[in-house]
Design a protein around this ligand. Structure first.
Ligand code: UT7
Length: 324
């Protein structure tokens, strides 16, 4: 018998306001045609004034707890993956913990930008496997609209706001890939690429928040290679092949990265959950948003094998194989 972290529920939240590519055409030198052709994005949700990352995270958390049929006082741990916290400190997770009415256990933020949800899932899984935690809430929540330079057409058209969450519960398995739960997670980073995707501000360097800066085409080049490599690593570790995967739930940065990865792995595009056209890149929120959507509409079913994968600033990248 081995301990397995099993997904007991998922939830998500998107701010009400939708900004289309045509809306952006009025503010920056861009076109709907360019954005769709280069990224696959057609629209993004943007948080209202006064609506913060903790508000988005709280809504997604409530939905995930309801879906799991548990209350917040059953949680031992909250990990909130975000690069856009409400404040420099305390952790936005602490705010969510208080709003949920959870007064025991512990809560913290985790920062791995667009790979944040994969890193958070792996971290929660390890707490569960170590026996320290029985029930964990893992959230990815972002308000990237607050760190975009709305005059920089190379970045402002690509990102959106949103949140997604999953409840993990300790269960048992036989130690095979037929077990329900997280089968394995694979994390990587390479800090030599820090300057290809970063925010040009921060409390220690500039005492300001700063804006996203990206050398998009160089990030793109690394993304397809890193994704394919880490997915291969996850499959080999479990004695599986890409034909065993029922659904790929990828980080949603660019439709061309998703198509490139699908091609490299010989996985049909129809087996990918794709939300990038409606959500744009919501960083740490994109995977749990896509997961919650495909679970809610019945595409993802109990017992199916899911591959979650992401790449982001740092660079960071990683993958998790999960039997839902
Ligand atoms: O989530 C974390 C990871 N992030 C990513 O994975 C993002 C990865 N990168 C990308 O998705 C793509 O590189 C972009 C969508 C950002 C850009 O696509 P690209 O095909 O790599 O274009 P490019 O950056 O090479 O730029 C091509 C041209 C440039 O003009 P010149 O120099 O060729 O005259 C840009 O100035 O497109 C221009 N351009 C735009 N034109 C219209 C850049 N942004 C825009 C824009 N509208 N919004």
């Amino acid at each position: 018998m081995v301990i397995r972290s099993q997904i007991a529920g998922c939830g998500s939240y998107l701010p009400q306001r939708i900004v289309t590519n045509h809306d952006l055409e009025k503010h920056v030198d861009t076109t709907d045609a360019w954005i769709v052709e280069r990224s696959g994005i057609r629209q993004r949700h943007v948080a209202a004034e006064g609506e913060n990352t903790s508000d988005l995270a709280f809504e997604a958390a409530k939905a995930a707890l309801a879906n799991a049929g548990i209350s917040a006082d059953e949680l031992d741990l909250i990990i909130l993956a975000t690069a856009t916290p409400d404040h420099t400190f305390p952790a936005t997770a602490a705010r969510v913990q208080a709003r949920l009415g959870m007064t025991r256990g512990f809560a913290f933020d985790l920062q791995a930008v667009c790979s944040g949800f994969i890193y958070a899932l792996a971290t929660a899984d390890n707490f569960i496997k170590a026996g320290q935690v029985k029930t964990a809430l893992v959230i990815g929540a972002e308000t990237f609209s607050r760190i975009l330079d709305w005059n920089d057409r190379g970045t402002c058209v690509l990102f959106g706001d949103g949140a997604g969450a999953v409840v993990l519960k300790a269960g048992e398995g036989q130690g095979t890939s037929a077990d329900r739960g997280i089968l394995s997670s694979h994390l990587h980073s390479d800090g030599r690429h820090y300057d290809l995707l970063y925010v040009d501000g921060g409390p220690s360097s500039t005492k300001s928040t700063g804006f996203v800066r990206m050398k998009g085409n160089e990030v793109f080049r690394h993304a397809v290679v890193n994704m394919a490599e880490v997915v291969g690593e996850a499959l080999v570790a479990n004695g599986l092949t890409s034909s065993d995967i029922d659904w790929v739930v990828p980080h949603q940065a660019n439709i061309r990265i998703l198509e490139g990865t699908a091609k490299k792995l010989a996985i049909a595009k129809e087996r990918m959950v794709i939300t990038v056209e409606r959500h744009a890149n919501t960083s740490a929120a994109s995977i749990p948003l896509a997961l919650a959507e495909a679970v809610a509409d019945g595409r993802i079913k109990k017992g199916q094998l899911l591959l979650l994968e992401a790449m982001g600033g740092g660079f960071t990248w990683g993958a998790c194989l999960v039997r839902y």
